[in-house]
Design a protein around this ligand. Structure first.
Ligand SMILES: Cc1cc2nc3c(=O)[nH]c(=O)nc-3n(C[C@H](O)[C@H](O)[C@H](O)COP(=O)(O)O)c2cc1C
Length: 403
């Protein structure tokens, strides 16, 4: 289940070249479980045919303010009342000017004017149009009126120029809507997340690492941001784009990870340690590449320092959540780790199974804390992250209220 499940969303499409991306956006919203009704401006229909949106949304497309059949039942007001949220993507410069002015000449304009639900815009235009003081002023005034401005992004534009003005990608827009629908249970909180694997060098070309992709930690960072937290992400080497709103600290070795996390932990309210930190590191890093010989090679490994215990042992410690990856006796091992390391919560996942765990898009967790436990069944890591952040917020607030 996503935050968009069963949400009623009006997707307003205006006449910009990025209207074609609104087709994919419609599909992604539907895939996330939303019910989508598309309202197009006259100009938008010159870019994409309404039939495309009708087929993708499974609903009739709304086009005309003066449609006598629809308006006999006050169609524009009914549409505004039906929706949980209105997203205009792409939003042209002209549409933004009209929304600012309170214009109601187009069906989409009238629906936005009559709306009492959140309105979000994904501006898309040439960079000079975006930077024009008129557009900047319109954007600032709309933001003041609590219209959610999503983007624009920077990059190559259809006109061949490069700069700010590109519409945010559909996947990012879906994430932004999820954030709008998320209760801000962590508002005012700072959360430190460590994610990904570490790399322990053997020589200048080789290292020891593990199968962690960082997906669970990055999903948790995003879910915490959506819940209103300020997030710092200490990340080992991964191939993921971090959430835009996170402060990112990149590290490589277990020792780097230790130093960064310990240096930051006391300044945060909550620490979530999802990183798969190496337990052992080579006793010696060879200066030159280790040469191949006929006989077997023995490498001495030293223990690395335990980050979770060190955070939990800080004099001014954050609410500390650990992760355990186990191949057997999951619950017993996780409980033992919770107690021996003095954690506030632990989330345990099975690794080495056909589903879930390292480098997969889905996961299942068994979460436990002093006096409670909960099983989060197999779902996407984004979804598991939302549920885990809810559990963490509840336990963190309960602990704060008793101290
Ligand atoms: C080929 C073409 C591409 C356009 N692309 C954009 C665009 O990306 N952003 C924008 O603000 N306006 C763009 N325009 C201008 C709008 O289509 C024009 O301002 C129109 O009146 C907007 O109407 P609407 O906001 O009711 O959809 C484009 C126009 C043309 C002819």
């Amino acid at each position: 289940m996503s935050r968009l499940t069963e949400k009623r969303i009006i997707l307003g499409v205006t006449g910009g070249i990025a209207a074609y991306k609104a087709c994919d956006l419609t599909r992604q919203l539907i895939r996330a479980g939303a019910c989508v009704r598309v309202v197009m401006t006259r100009a938008a229909t010159s870019f994409v045919a309404p039939l495309t949106f009708q087929a993708l949304s499974g609903n009739q497309v709304h086009l005309d303010l003066l449609d006598t059949e629809e308006e006999s039942a006050m169609g524009h007001i009914r549409l505004a009342r039906w929706a949980d949220l209105i997203l205009v993507a792409p939003a042209t410069a002209d549409f933004m000017a009209r929304l600012r002015a309170g214009s109601a000449g187009e069906l989409l304009d009238a629906v936005c004017l009559a709306a009492e639900v959140p309105v979000a815009l994904a501006p898309a235009m040439n960079r000079a149009m975006w930077y024009n003081p008129a557009t900047q002023e319109n954007a600032a005034i709309l933001a003041e009126r609590r219209v959610h401005l999503l983007g624009p992004d920077k990059g190559m534009q259809a006109c061949g120029e490069s700069g700010f003005g590109r519409m945010m990608e559909p996947i990012e827009l879906c994430q932004a809507l999820e954030a709008i629908f998320t209760e801000k249970t962590l508002a005012g909180c700072s959360v430190l997340v460590s994610a990904g694997p570490t790399r322990e060098s053997l020589d200048p070309v080789r290292y020891l690492t593990n199968r962690s992709s960082g997906k669970m930690g990055y999903a948790l960072a995003q879910a915490a941001i959506n819940a209103g937290a300020k997030v710092t992400l200490v990340s080992g080497p991964v191939l993921l784009e971090p959430p835009k709103e996170a402060i990112v600290v990149k590290v490589e070795t277990a020792a780097d990870m230790f130093n960064s996390v310990i240096g930051l932990a006391s300044g945060h309210d909550i620490y979530i340690g999802t990183a798969a930190v190496a337990d052992y590191t080579p006793a010696q890093v060879e200066e030159g590449k280790i040469k191949k010989h006929d006989e077997a090679l023995t490498i001495l490994l030293n223990r690395t320092r335990d980050i979770l215990s060190a955070v939990a042992g800080l004099p001014s410690r954050p609410f500390t959540v650990g992760f355990a990856a186990e191949t057997g006796h999951l619950e017993a091992h996780a409980k033992e780790k919770l107690e021996s390391k003095g954690l506030d919560m632990i989330a345990a996942n099975w690794v080495g199974q056909p589903e879930g765990g390292f480098d997969r898009d889905e996961n299942a967790l068994w979460v436990c804390w002093p006096g409670g436990e909960k099983y989060l069944p197999m779902a996407s890591k984004q979804n598991i992250a939302i549920q885990l952040i809810e559990l963490i917020s509840e336990n963190y607030s309960a602990q704060k209220n008793t101290t």
